[in-house]
Design a protein around this ligand. Structure first.
Ligand code: GLP
Length: 247
């Protein structure tokens, strides 16, 4: 794991945007794996800026999002579909048909999961997978205890994630209990480069366990230690519990 400690959140966004920019410049038809949550919002802002200033062209890029809530339509204000269009897709030139987000309102959920998995495989995998991290160490919606061999599937959100995400829904009771998520094995096997972003003190313990703790399914992000190409970009708050301050 290559760990970069950014001075501030803005640096974290700039550094991660530069990694994406270099990838897309070198490979205009790059496949990007994208994440939701508050952490990557600044990265997406930077990518929009790079597109608007003519530095980046997304016309050949393909995207795959990590996860989506089950039961929300794409237009629902808290769906990850809407999040991605609001923060990124509506502002750049990636063609609609090259955007992939699991459909949480598909009545055939099992088919949705296997089709999603197959599509990533068929396209040849993901060049850069952006990840956030949950305060409990989750990646995507792979909660503590998730099988490291799991593929894209239906998952149940943990109580702590429901609580953490309630801030977006206004009330905890409104947070969906189920989601579709790429599995840990999907992420591990299909991603050529994983870029994990962590910001804020509430992520410090998870970041330390991910990078320096034992590899355990109880901290899903710790499984990333066995991936050959992971870059962690943490701001100083999120990095404060790391024993080794860089590697
Ligand atoms: C959500 C998402 C994750 C995200 C995490 C952290 O539950 N499913 O993909 O990484 O929470 O979100 P935030 O960046 O808002 O802390």
């Amino acid at each position: 794991m290559n760990i970069i400690i950014a001075d501030h959140y803005d640096d974290l966004c700039r550094i991660s945007a530069d990694i994406v920019k270099d990838c897309v410049k070198a490979k205009p038809d790059a496949v990007l794996g994208l994440a939701t949550g508050s952490t990557p919002i600044g990265l997406y802002k930077q990518l929009v800026h790079q597109y608007k200033s003519g530095e980046l062209d997304f016309s050949k890029v393909t995207t795959f999002n990590l996860d989506e809530y089950i039961g929300l339509s794409p237009e629902h204000p808290q769906s990850y579909n809407k999040f991605m269009y609001d923060h990124l897709f509506r502002h750049i030139n990636v063609p609609e048909e090259q955007i992939h987000i699991p459909k949480g309102d598909n009545p055939q959920l099992e088919d949705e999961c296997s089709a999603y998995e197959n599509l990533i495989r068929r396209i040849g995998g993901i060049d850069i997978q952006i990840l956030g991290i949950g305060a409990n160490g989750h990646i995507g919606f792979n909660e503590p205890g998730s099988d490291p061999e799991a593929r894209t599937r239906i998952v149940r959100l943990s109580e702590s994630t429901i609580k953490a995400n309630a801030r977006f829904f206004g009330d905890q009771s409104l947070v969906p209990r189920l989601a579709i998520s790429m599995g840990i094995q999907t992420i591990m096997e299909f991603s050529r480069h994983i870029v994990l972003l962590a910001s804020g003190e509430e992520k410090a313990e998870a970041v330390q366990k991910m990078a320096e703790g034992i590899m355990t399914k109880n901290v899903p992000a710790s499984i990333l230690q066995s991936h050959p190409n992971v870059t962690v970009i943490a701001d100083q708050h999120a990095a404060q519990q790391l024993k080794k301050q860089s590697s």
